[in-house]
Design a protein around this ligand. Structure first.
Ligand code: C2E
Ligand code: CA
Ligand code: CA
Ligand code: CA
Length: 278
């Protein structure tokens, strides 16, 4: 009732202001969260199907919100990206994850690798390669233990920076995996053009096996393609024994999903891994 009598222009402007205010509040909350260390890195194991042992872990960000509890990245990564705070947050995740992996290597998991998600904006930032070098030096992690997960959209950029960054990363010996493979503007040409080491079959395809014949065909095709190109494939979102059975038949080399473990706080990983190895 309060709206009658107002013209639509006023209404629209007020709406935008409150939206802008809301965004500003969230933005400053995120900024404070960074300063107050409310972010935490969780780790989800990536499994060797032959032994059940963890080959690596994927670092996944969480926000321990003072009122709301643990908040997942889908709720804050887009805003971190929009505001540019992803540069600082992404740097923080890289540093924590590399240090953590090195610690676990020293504590009895010598071959453990760590995968870190890198957003397009962070990957294409001018100082990204020097930052990687600095973090590896600082944490003592070998380049070969680090896997950067980027999406197809990053590889679609036409820029000299992209080619230069990918080349420098390959030269350092850091691995690149394409995340959510098959969901973006898939152009297979970039697999040939760029130094890529791995593909992650998106969860949406894994969800459909063995019931959906299209998903079956796509997952199988990605596995054969990658095998023939010498790329390591990870199936993500493995939840059922039926999915596991098929992926084993197809010899998928690396598996990740709730069937094995959910993402967990750092403290929970060593006990989980000891059990998996026993
Ligand atoms: P992603 O890279 O595709 O990560 C996999 C997501 O699938 C994670 O969600 C993980 O918890 C979830 N997942 C793993 N196994 C299963 C399963 O069996 N079933 C189901 N239903 N889900 C599973 P999460 O942790 O909520 O992360 C969401 C997305 O946020 C990530 O998707 C990634 O794109 C982004 N993200 C997370 N951490 C970072 C970060 O540090 N930097 C950047 N740039 N992005 C991040
Ligand atoms: Ca990922
Ligand atoms: Ca993914
Ligand atoms: Ca995803």
């Amino acid at each position: 009732a309060g709206l009658s009598g107002r013209n639509s222009y006023q209404f629209y402007t007020e709406g935008m202001n409150s939206q802008a205010r809301q965004r500003l509040r969230l933005e400053s909350a995120l900024y404070r969260a960074l300063e107050r260390n409310e972010f935490e890195v969780y780790y989800q194991p990536q499994i060797d199907p032959a032994s059940g042992a963890p080959l690596g872990v994927e670092a996944l960000m969480r926000w321990n919100h003072p009122d709301r509890g643990v908040v997942g990245p889908d709720e804050f990564i887009p805003l971190l990206e929009e505001t540019g705070l992803i540069i600082a947050a992404g740097e923080w995740v890289l540093r924590i994850a590399c240090a953590q992996c090195r610690t676990w290597q020293d504590e009895g998991f010598p071959d453990l690798r760590v995968a870190v998600n890198i957003s397009a904006r962070q990957f294409l930032e001018k100082n990204f390669v020097p930052l990687l070098q600095e973090i590896l030096k600082e944490t003592g992690l070998e380049a070969g233990s680090l896997d950067l997960e980027i999406t197809e959209s990053v590889l679609m950029q036409e820029s000299e920076r992209l080619t230069g960054t990918l080349g420098a990363i390959a030269l350092l010996g850091i691995h690149i995996s394409i995340d959510d493979f098959g969901t973006g503007y898939s152009s297979l040409a970039y697999l040939k053009r760029f130094p890529v080491n791995g593909l992650k079959i998106d969860r949406s395809f894994i969800q459909g096996i063995p019931g959906n014949s299209d998903d079956m065909a796509i997952a199988f095709a990605i596995l054969s393609l990658a095998g023939n190109l010498g790329l390591r494939v990870t199936a993500e979102g493995v939840e059922t024994e039926a999915q596991l059975g098929l992926l084993n038949t197809w010899r998928c080399p690396q598996l990740q999903g709730y069937l094995f473990a959910r993402p967990m706080p750092a403290d929970s990983f060593p006990p989980w891994a000891m059990k998996a190895l026993a």
